[in-house]
Each structure stands twice: as structure tokens, then as C-alpha cells.
Ligand binder design. Structure first.
Ligand code: UDP
Length: 371
């Protein structure tokens, strides 16, 4: 049986490389990979670390790409790949335009689709936008739904999707475990990563990432002003690997400029990022993946959004939704920095998102089809 795994962005690559590895260990499966490179640079960083060489690379990213043009190009591009590759099954992940178009192009050819990280719902089609609708479009098409948690499986059940649903854990925890063991095993990699620790020795580190479309504009400006106020504290260093999207960079340039205690740096490769997460006092983010990784490392995570499709961290008390309001961001960060009890309450290593074996489960279920 031939399985084609399709992905295009950094988070998809992080969450799918363990799946590709696990699928390749299954006898009777021919595993091919297709990248759309919807986010070229960030995707390539992960491919390099994971040692993954895609079989097909559509290289579709364009400067200033609009959602409709990207969607059209993804749909036709992936369609042509499917006609050539003729897989028996397609695997997509999450909620990107690539996942949505991969599923749709497969459906047009009646090729079954497996959805990794199925069932995440915020309940609001504009938060996150357009991801909430992307993942809802994949759901009725897929015949295998790999829900990371029971909460996600329950969300699918509410949409009457009950067959082919498997609670597997989130593969991001597999990627995290794999990467941490690589850092431990590779002394030179570990030494490189220690540069970060040396640079910020003696400071409390606030790790920041932001890139959500719905925060572009006013939200991003408020986030920038909040970062400036947090970085004004002498005891704090803000470590800010900045997403290359111009909607992030231009606002940060205008509002934040250069500041001594704010290290605006290039996006970190995955091992460096995981190391930085391990070193920080807290994470301040609007990212999905970081909401899953931080609790697994016992790091409090403040989520600069009003809703989340990952309520497990909030329920466990390791994540808090704080929106993109300047004063609220500053006061929540200062509370965690100054109130030991508040920090300790959120800093419990907790793995609501998986046990690190999700990919094996997924690969076995897909291979079971072959018999
Ligand atoms: N990440 C990374 N380097 C960075 C920032 C983030 O490798 O400089 C990783 C992070 O560990 C997480 C993923 O990228 O696994 C999250 O990607 P992003 O925030 O772009 O997307 P989302 O998870 O919100 O879909």
C-alpha cells in the first residue's frame, strides 16, 4: 500500500516527521512525502533537523501570498501530484491551507484521508482564522481521525464523526522527546545550545512567539508595546525568535525597535527552540504548538488569544488565556515573575497532550489496513 504524507509548514513538519519515521518502520507500506513549502524557510529548518528529504517538493511559497491564491495553487499543485503518485492513502496534519487542500484534492480522487491532530475546535470560525475552518473542512472528508486527546474526540462526536476516530496523543510530544534525546546524545549540539544560556545568564527569561493572523494589526502593536514594557525590567531578558511574516516584523520594527533586554532573533531551529523553552521562566505566545510543548516541560504558558482549541493546558492550570491586551499581558507576566506561588502553581510538568508514542499508534492503525 502506498501512503502519501503531505505537509507545508513548520508545525506540520514538526508533528509529522515522527509519523513518517513510524510509518517507514511498518512492513507492507510504501511511504512517500510531498511538501508544498507553504512556509519555505521555516519548513526547511525542520526537514534538516529531522533528516527528512521530501520525495516531491512543490515549492509553492510566493512573496505576499494571499489566502485565495495560495489555496488555488495548493489545490491544483497537490492534485497533479496525486495524479502522478496515485497513493492508496493520504495523510495530512492539523489545520493549514496545505492540510485542507491535501484533503480536498484527495477527496476529488476518492483517495482515503487520514487526519493527524483531528478534532481541535475553538468554536469560533474567526479565531483562529482561517485554521478553524481549514480543520473543519478536513473532518467530513477523512476516514481516519487521529484525535490527540479525548476532548478532541468528543468534539468530533458532536459533529457526528464517530467511526475511524482514535485517541492517540499529539505527535508533537513524540517530536519533543526525540529532539531532547538527540540534544542529550549530541555533545556539540548541546554546546551550541548552551550559548543561549550563557547570553542570558542571571536574567529571568521570557520566551515570546507570535504569528496568529487574527493578532495582525492592533493586536500585534499591543503585543509589541507589552514586550517593550517587560523588557524594560533590568532583571528580565525577552527572547523573541521572530516569525518572518512581514505583518509581525514591520510592527515590531516600528513599535519595539532595538532594546537592550529584548533579543529579537531569527526563528530558532527546533532543538534550539526546545532548549530555549527549557531555559525560560515562562512562555508568552499565540502559537498552538508552544501551548502543547510548554506544559510538557513544566513551563507556564500565557496565551495571547481569547480562545483556544487546546483547553487541556488551561484545565490543567499550566496555560492561561490572556488575550492580546497590552496591560493584561504586562500584568500577567509580572505576576508570574514576581509571585513565586503563582509561578509554581503553573509550573507543573504535565502531559495532557500525549505520552510520546502517538506516531507508533498512528502508523500501526494505518498499517493494519494492509492486514
Ligand atoms: N518553533 C521553532 N522555532 C521557533 C519558534 C517555534 O521550532 O523559533 C516551533 C515550536 O516548538 C512549535 C512550532 O514551532 O513546535 C510552532 O509553530 P508555529 O507557532 O509557527 O505554529 P502553530 O503551532 O501556531 O500552528
Amino acid at each position: 500500500m502506498k501512503t502519501l504524507v503531505i505537509f507545508g509548514t513548520r508545525p506540520e513538519a514538526i508533528k509529522l516527521f515522527p509519523v513518517v519515521r513510524a510509518l517507514r518502520e511498518q512492513p507492507g507500506l510504501a511511504v512517500r512525502t510531498c511538501v508544498t513549502a507553504q512556509h519555505r524557510g521555516l519548513l526547511d529548518q525542520v526537514l534538516a533537523i529531522a533528516g527528512l528529504v521530501p520525495d516531491v517538493d512543490l515549492d509553492l511559497m510566493e512573496p505576499g501570498q494571499t489566502l485565495d491564491r495560495l489555496t488555488a495553487r495548493l489545490l491544483t499543485g497537490i492534485g497533479e501530484v496525486l495524479d502522478k503518485e496515485r497513493p492508496d492513502r493520504v495523510v495530512v496534519q492539523g489545520d493549514t491551507a496545505t492540510a485542507m487542500c491535501g484533503a480536498l484534492a484527495a477527496y476529488y480522487r476518492k483517495i482515503p484521508v487520514a487526519h493527524v491532530e483531528a478534532g481541535l475546535r475553538s468554536g469560533d470560525i474567526y479565531h483562529p482564522w482561517p485554521e478553524e475552518v481549514n480543520r473543519r473542512i478536513v473532518a467530513p472528508i477523512a476516514d481516519l481521525h487521529f484525535a490527540p486527546t479525548q476532548t478532541a474526540a468528543d468534539a468530533l462526536a458532536r459533529e457526528n464523526i464517530r467511526t475511524g476516530v482514535h485517541v492517540t496523543g499529539n505527535t508533537v510530544i513524540d517530536a519533543l522527546h526525540w529532539t531532547r534525546s538527540r540534544i542529550e546524545a549530541d555533545r556539540s549540539l548541546a554546546a551550541q545550545l548552551d550559548d543561549i544560556a550563557a547570553r542570558f545568564a542571571g536574567k529571568r527569561i521570557v520566551l515570546v512567539t507570535t504569528h496568529r493572523r487574527e493578532n495582525f494589526g492592533d493586536g500585534m502593536a499591543a503585543i509589541a508595546r507589552a514586550i517593550a514594557r517587560i523588557g524594560a525590567r533590568e532583571d528580565v531578558a525577552v527572547l523573541f525568535p521572530m516569525h518572518p511574516n512581514p505583518n509581525v516584523a514591520s510592527v515590531m520594527d516600528d513599535v519595539l525597535g532595538q532594546r537592550a533586554n529584548v533579543a529579537r532573533i531569527e526563528p530558532l531551529d527546533y532543538p534550539h527552540f526546545i532548549r530555549a523553552l527549557g531555559l525560560c521562566d515562562l512562555a508568552l505566545t499565540d502559537s498552538g504548538g508552544v501551548q502543547e510543548e510548554a506544559p510538557a516541560l513544566g513551563k507556564p504558558v500565557l496565551v495571547m488569544r481569547d480562545t483556544t482549541e487546546r483547553p487541556e493546558g488551561v484545565t490543567a492550570g499550566t496555560a492561561k488565556l490572556i488575550g492580546a491586551d497590552e496591560d493584561r499581558i504586562v500584568s500577567e507576566v509580572f505576576t508570574l515573575l514576581d509571585d513565586k506561588a503563582a509561578h509554581a502553581a503553573m509550573a507543573r510538568a504535565h502531559n495532557p497532550f500525549g505520552d510520546g508514542h502517538a506516531s507508533e499508534r498512528i502508523a500501526r492503525i494505518i498499517a493494519d489496513e494492509v492486514g
